[in-house]
Design a protein. Structure first.
Length: 207
């Protein structure tokens, strides 16, 4: 399958993805706020702020020039994006300070990347315009790198079998999502030049 400009399919996808995002975000935010209120420990505040910013950008994003219709892209996008919103605060993990600092580092990287994307932010793999400045000079997918760092900090602070499984699931599908997004841009000469200058996708000198 390839790409499509069919407006009806695009509208349906937008309504469903926006509704799912808002619902999951509200539940995630309320769970972390309730944990803070009952324990006095502000676990997940940075991650909640990050998700709020991502949700805002998602709602005002620009329409893509090309949208992937590959089934794998449509599965990887919501799972990779939304799975960690099912995580819940548990406490009992590593000391709060290093975990919160790790989350903060991830949040700052992700926010800088999302701010660079602006309205080019999206969910399903699509061509929304190539971005090469700011954090995109370091790796090709710095927003996902920031999410990974923040979520690792969250799980270290709130370890549970469910949270660990959600982190593994989210990361696996984010890797699939990266490949699907790059497949959309494969025919773009500017992207090929960018890929030659920025070799790594997620972690410098590793991947």
């Amino acid at each position: 399958m390839g790409f499509s400009e069919r407006p009806a399919l695009r509208r349906v996808g937008q309504v469903l993805s926006r509704s799912l995002l808002v619902t999951l975000f509200v539940l995630f935010a309320w769970a972390n706020f309730s944990h803070w209120r009952s324990t006095g420990k502000p676990s997940g505040l940075g991650t909640t702020a990050l998700e709020a910013w991502a949700a805002m950008l998602f709602l005002v994003r620009r329409s893509p020039d090309r949208l992937s219709l590959r089934p794998l892209a449509w599965v990887a996008a919501p799972v990779g994006s939304f799975a960690m919103l099912l995580a819940r605060p548990r406490g009992g993990g590593l000391p709060e300070l290093p975990c919160e600092l790790l989350q903060l580092a991830g949040v700052l990287l992700a926010l800088a990347s999302l701010a660079t994307l602006g309205r080019s932010f999206g969910l399903v793999a699509a061509d929304r315009g190539l971005k090469t400045r700011g954090p995109y000079r370091l790796v090709r997918h710095p927003a996902y790198a920031g999410y990974l760092v923040a979520y690792v900090g969250y799980v270290l602070e709130n370890p549970s079998p469910a949270n660990v499984a959600l982190l593994a699931l989210s990361t696996a599908f984010q890797l699939v999502r990266i490949r699907e997004e790059e497949a959309v841009l494969e025919g773009d000469a500017a992207y090929h030049r960018y890929r030659r200058s920025v070799r790594y996708r997620l972690v410098p000198r590793l991947y």
